[in-house]
Design a protein around this ligand. Structure first.
Ligand SMILES: O=C(O)CCC(=O)C(=O)O
Length: 388
């Protein structure tokens, strides 16, 4: 069991100048948690972490010499279904997706065209096979409220396996809820292009749409970073950084999206920005009784969660941290416990967010059920008793 703890974190970091920054490469064996939090998560800067998957079971069992162990994957997971994107088939600015048996997909990868057409992605193998310890979450990514919440509520989680032939690709996008993500390459090579937050604005067309792929040669004055991710490398993708990925070889990777105390303010601010643009988009209906309800429906479809979902999310995590202060045991990803200073840090940030939520115009009996308001106010009062 690993205890994730922080020392004195400098949490008042001024907005970073992304334009002059470089992308650091560090070795997993040189990392300490505090340093990673301060240098990358709080500064919202990407980095490459070398040698992160040396001991993972999938790094040995799924690979045989210098190729994917198709037979092992077929024998072990062949009957399971996984989503597969067709990179040559675009509909509504996204790849068309369908489900395929993993065994069938392995046949395709082994025998058929490896022209980058079919990309197995967003496969929830960890959830489907909870007892299969094919990888361990690295401790630097151990504080993960998003998967904690999803697992506690038995909802769809944000932990994925990707397997794609050379030339398969993922379109230009930013991650769900403006979360962080990490991706570990088990086998192969990926080319990432990442743009700092707001740079994507320069790529929008007159209707505000982003391209499916960013072409650096056609866009002057856009700041971007290109990273080659080799076998054994993790990429940390910060909040709000748009990115696109191309597999340069047949590639296998594991990805998580995550939110924690270090980016929850970014997520909250993104939710508010998205809500404002939804309100603007349908402002002609501002005076109808259904206006706010419609805005919340649209917000959920464009951002992935609405105001009430966000309230539930922060209330759940805050209540759990309060229980942990009262010595309730918590084990994240079968492997982590949180140190007391980390729990206090989480609670302090949650208090800040609750105060901000409380000042939002939607925080009233008109939009939120009175019992939900009571719950969050009780949580706030309990935090105040702990952190004062
Ligand atoms: O590896 C890929 O193809 C895409 C990964 C990605 O976009 C992500 O982790 O957010």
């Amino acid at each position: 069991m690993i205890n994730i703890e922080i020392d004195s974190i400098i949490d008042d970091i001024s907005p970073h100048n992304y334009i002059d920054c470089d992308i650091d490469t560090i070795d997993f064996c040189d990392i300490n948690y505090n340093g990673f939090v301060e240098n990358f998560m709080l500064k919202n800067l990407p980095c490459v972490v070398k040698n992160i998957s040396l001991e993972w079971e999938c790094a040995s069992k799924w690979i045989e010499g210098n190729k994917i162990n198709y037979d092992y994957l077929q024998n072990t997971y062949g009957d399971l279904e996984a989503p597969v994107a067709d990179c040559n088939n675009i509909d509504f600015n996204a790849h068309c997706k369908s489900n395929m048996k993993v065994g069938e997909y392995m046949d395709y990868l082994k025998n058929d065209k490896k022209d980058g057409t079919l990309y197995l992605k967003d496969w929830h193998l960890r959830r489907i096979r909870p007892s299969d310890q094919f990888y361990n979450v690295p401790f630097i990514f151990g504080s993960d409220w998003l998967n904690e919440y999803a697992t506690d509520h038995q909802e769809d989680d944000f932990m994925f396996v990707y397997i794609g032939p050379s030339k398969s690709w993922t379109p230009f996008h930013a991650d769900v809820y403006s979360s962080y993500s990490w991706s570990v390459n088990i086998f192969g090579r990926k080319k990432w292009i990442l743009l700092p937050p707001k740079e994507e604005e320069k790529l929008k067309d007159t209707l505000g749409n982003l391209p499916l792929l960013f072409n650096p040669e056609q866009s002057q004055n856009v700041k971007y970073f290109e990273i080659l991710q080799e076998k054994g490398d993790a990429i940390f993708v910060p909040s709000g950084w748009h990115h696109q990925v191309t597999n340069l070889l047949d590639t296998v990777s594991i990805n998580h999206n995550f939110i924690n105390a270090f980016n929850i303010e970014f997520v909250w601010s993104s939710l508010q920005t998205n809500l404002l643009s939804v309100e603007k988009e349908i402002e002609e209906f501002k005076h109808t009784p259904e206006f706010q309800e419609q805005c919340q429906l649209i917000l959920k479809s464009v951002f992935g969660m609405n105001f009430v979902d966000f309230l539930h999310f922060i209330s759940h995590i805050a209540q759990k941290r309060l229980n942990q202060m009262n010595s309730e045991n918590y084990v994240g990803f079968n492997n982590f416990t949180l140190g007391i200073k980390h729990i206090m840090f989480d609670l302090n940030i949650l208090l800040k967010i609750i105060n901000s939520v409380q000042n939002h115009p939607l925080f009233s009996n008109k939009y939120i059920a009175p019992n939900e308001i009571d719950t969050i106010m009780n949580i706030k009062n309990s935090i105040l008793l702990k952190v004062k």
